[in-house]
Design a protein around this ligand. Sequence first.
Ligand code: THU
Length: 139
Amino acid sequence: MNENLIKEMIALAMKQLKFSYAPYSGYKVGAVLLTKEGKFYTGCNIENAAFTPTNCAERTAFFKAISEGEKNFSAICIVGGKDGRVEEYASPCGVCRQVMMEFCNPDTFQIILAISKEQYEIFSLKELLPKGFGPGNLS
Ligand code: THU
């Protein structure tokens, strides 16, 4: 991936932390989803007093994009940390990995975990969800 694009996504993901609604865990997450056409969809985590309706930042970004007709995605950038302090990688939960599996090619979809514009790691979906179950299993 182009390094300037990665840095742009990291900066945008960081900006989403201020929108995070996390009064229960205090763990704020920001995400930016990149379509194959180069459009960004942002997301933050949205918690709930009943706990289970909580939506992760990644799924917020995906559902915003899907609900606007997007189907082709190339990468997502995720940042997060307690009280919005990004000090370690915020790795996507299993449910979010499964949502990615529904809409993304596990070999090519890139997951950028970042601490800063200088400190980040990139994984394919397949690396984070080996032997995943997806739409292909039902076709
Ligand atoms: N969270 C995310 O937004 N993304 C993840 O993949 C991991 C967890 C959120 C959900 C909840 O609001 C908080 O982080 C603590 O679990």
